[in-house]
Design a protein. Sequence first.
Length: 646
Amino acid sequence: MLNLSRSVHRIVASASRLRLAAVPALRSYSAPVAASEQKGKKNLDLGQFVDDVLGSNVIYKGSPSISRRVFETGDVASFEQVMKNESVRSDDDVMYVMGHLISLSASQPAEVAAWVQKTNFPSVIASHILKPDASPANVFTALGALYVLGSNRSVSKAEGSSFSILHSFETLIPELVKRLTAILEGDQTELPISAVISFAALTNRLNVRLGEKVSRLLREAVELNVGAVTAPADVLAILGNMDLSKGILQEQVLAKANELIPVMSNSELVAILKYLAVQGRRDMVLLPPLTNALARSQVPFTVNNITAITYAVAKLNYRDASLLKRLSQEIQMNAYNIPSWQDMKTLMGSLNRLGIGDKPTWDCLVKWMGSRLSSFTKAHMRQCLLACAMANLESKDLTSIGLSVASQLEPSENESTIEWLNTLYALSLLGALKQTAAEKMLRKEFLSEVANSKEAQRSPSSLLLYKLKIAQINSSTKYDLENYTGTRLSQTDIFGESVPVEEIIRLKRGKQAPLDEFVHVVSFLASTKHISKPMLTQDSILVDGLAELDKKGTYVAVKDWQAWLSQEKNPEHRYLAFVFVPYNRTVRDPRNEGNLRPTGDLAMEVKHLEVQGFVPVVFYEQELPLFTDKVQRIKLVKERVASLTS
């Protein structure tokens, strides 16, 4: 088949993909467009839309009688020369020539318009498409093709006026619209539904005003025939280009999408997944078979597939174990081909939200960062470093990157206080914090700047979050920076006289019910005189319980836990710090769901507790539901304490 000439009948198979492309992080392309983007093409414009049309996989199935050489021409001059020896004799010839004109008009609209006028091509179209026995599908496709031709910008004449190529079709188009209307008013069960859907999607994409009657008939035709759809491209065209906010059409189309999953390509599966993400629709009927099909697909993922899938399932907060495992494998094979820091930032952020933390995957991403240190922006580097830090990686390469770029991340005049805070926070989690930078931040003046920032004033929880970050940086200078001689802040400096412990618990532990259940189980180990309630240490580390065991393993009674924190520790005793890790602060290995670890911020606090002489007793939210009986849960906690203190 001829690549360029077959485009007319498939004009809108890709229109839905382009409509979904309105969200930059979720763009979907045909293979040729994906390849062109790798070479540096930017955002999609109308010309890119036509390119995508030409790269679609929906093929016009006719057979032209004119020479193949016509469709191998790359400019209007050579096309015109070849056409001198050819004649358009069949409907297929008309459709193929229109397809090639679309291709040529993307770069030579004036020349195409001139050829159309000179050859009276509109009359040729009319003689084939308006004849009584013309195929209804050809009517929809031909009219759509004319709208595409007319969308390729106005053409300036020598005298400075402009015109559209549609002027050449000003008599033909109304006649085609009349024929199309008559078809829609006929037996709608006999309509060429793919052509109808493609036309509706295309005219929507190009903002063509068809009039209320035609628009209504088009929608009615789609609604009546959606059950007869057999092509995934038609489903995508409806989802991406029709108003689904009213009625049950959306439910019908998604049900049809579910039905067609077995015959969908990776790109089509990804497009459906992206649609759900854009809509914020966590469809538990469609998501399981959709993600299962992607996980089991025998076709390798492209880089665009990887970033789009990861972003979508993260946004939907949907974790399919098989798909996450597949994503980890695909990332490791494709990491070096990730095109930009923006894509890397998006991918890492999605992995954080999903809690994917297997070391081989992140090692590949860290190597990517190390190979591109000459091209990063401060914002991208900051966000990528923080993403790596939250993944809780033990990586010398990552720490080395942090140390090497730390000086380049110094704040500039146009950077906000919060951006600088986030930079130092990322470096502190990675063990790459430097004394000079910490000294500039750990001042009361900086605290005031943070409190007065627009970011902190959005909500009380925002300001509290920033204060907690400062507290962790403050703690890092004490336990991670050897020979630090700069300033530090007290807990009162950071939080004021009244430390908002309850608010901190809600912010750091999330849902209250799982934490309450954990604290309730811990309370069975000993009385409240022997185990504290959740509280902050002097270094502002949140613990969910503190306890002291004597050398016999007996819990020691404590009257005042705050005073107890400042007492000198008995070397023969064990000091316990219970830490509850909520689900959204847990990093998992998709290859081994039982391999859990806390996110980087909690991991640093656990490390600092160890340095202070505590034995951190860490529990994960996922662990307790494994034991439905309270006695079993208490036994689990007792055994965990015994294993750490024996």
